[in-house]
Design a protein. Structure first.
Length: 345
């Protein structure tokens, strides 16, 4: 009978999860700006705290932070928007040049004794469709930021509330100091993860932009922004970011330049992801590749491009919450990329 109750319990839990996901999809127009606002507010909280420690009033600290956000997002939006328009206009010519480059490459392969026809390759590879998909994804993200006033207003209110939240929680849960300590530790872990990941993603984006400009690839800022956004996605994000840039280099500059671009992406992501990130982030925040892929599919379906961008930070936050709760620790182990055998017992 106990086993039957357990089965019913899991079934009810799964049904509740499906209902919640369906409700989030229906309410995505409200939820997406709120999620973006929370994400931005968490990243900006340390800067605001630093300004307040220098005896700046709370309102002035928030004003400075919000102005920096507005200038940063507006500048990137203008640059990326202009690049996207030019990119879309040049897609037909890129498609023609891709055909020419592929024909010469296939002739070279045929001379080596491997017989391949261009029509066969054309049926499997359509670079214009892939590049258009990238452009559409960035436009979807841009459309989420069109309601910038609402996002900024929510960020301001969250930052104001963050100042008073510790006092409110200590008064509300005065008898639960242990729970408060756990909650405080969880918030600090989330904040540290998001700030470090954002800074490392910015470093990745700047390096990719610089090297694309040096190599002469069109729209270097566009590929830098793609690298910045997709750096939040471990394991497969760097591959997704590299594919359109490598294809464009192949179309624009030839196969040698395409190889150089692929090498640049590989080296930058190896240095940032395998050398710098573990040093500052620690090795305890990995996710299994399956969990990463399923998170992208699920949250991308529910919230669109913004959901794909925020899917991994959301999953990492869930993992940190599971680790903070002994009853849910097994879930944190299941979605982790590695098994810590030292702490198995």
């Amino acid at each position: 009978m106990n086993e039957q109750h357990k089965g019913i319990h899991w079934l009810v839990g799964f049904a509740a999860f499906v209902i919640i996901i369906a409700a989030l999809k229906e309410a995505s127009q409200i939820v997406v700006p709120f999620m973006l606002s929370v994400f931005i507010a968490i990243i900006c909280a340390p800067a605001m705290s630093s300004l307040r420690r220098r005896n700046l009033p709370t309102w002035l600290s928030i004003l400075v932070v919000v102005l920096v956000i507005l200038v940063g997002i507006s500048s990137i939006a203008v640059l990326v928007g202009a690049s996207l328009d030019n990119f879309s206009n040049q897609l037909p010519s890129y498609k023609t040049r891709f055909g020419e480059e592929m024909s010469s490459l296939i002739q070279m392969i045929n001379r080596l004794g491997v017989h391949v026809s261009y029509d066969q390759v054309k049926g499997y590879i359509d670079p214009s469709a892939l590049m258009q998909m990238v452009a559409n994804a960035l436009r979807g993200l841009g459309s989420a930021l069109t309601n910038l006033v609402l996002v900024v207003m929510i960020v301001i209110f969250i930052l104001f509330e963050a100042v008073e939240l510790p006092k409110k929680l200590s008064l509300a849960f005065s008898d639960a100091s242990k729970s408060m300590d756990k909650f405080d530790s969880f918030i600090k872990s989330v904040n540290r993860y998001l700030v470090i990941k954002t800074l490392l993603s910015m470093l990745t984006g700047v390096l990719i932009t610089f090297f694309m400009w040096v190599l002469g690839v069109d729209f270097p800022i566009l590929w830098g922004v793609c690298a910045f956004l997709l750096n939040f996605v471990p394991n497969i994000g760097s591959i997704i970011a590299a594919v359109p840039a490598v294809l464009l280099a192949f179309v624009q500059l030839g196969s040698l330049s395409a190889g150089l671009v692929a090498g640049v992406f590989l080296i930058v992501n190896l240095i940032v992801g395998n050398v710098i990130e573990p040093r500052y982030m620690g090795r305890g925040l990995g996710l299994s590749t399956l969990v990463v892929f399923l998170s992208l599919l699920l949250w991308g379906w529910v919230f669109g491009p913004v959901g794909m961008l925020l899917s991994i930070p959301l999953t990492i936050i869930m993992k940190l919450a599971f680790e903070a709760n002994p009853k849910m620790h097994w879930l944190a182990v299941m979605i982790d990329s590695k098994v810590d055998t030292d702490n198995k017992h």
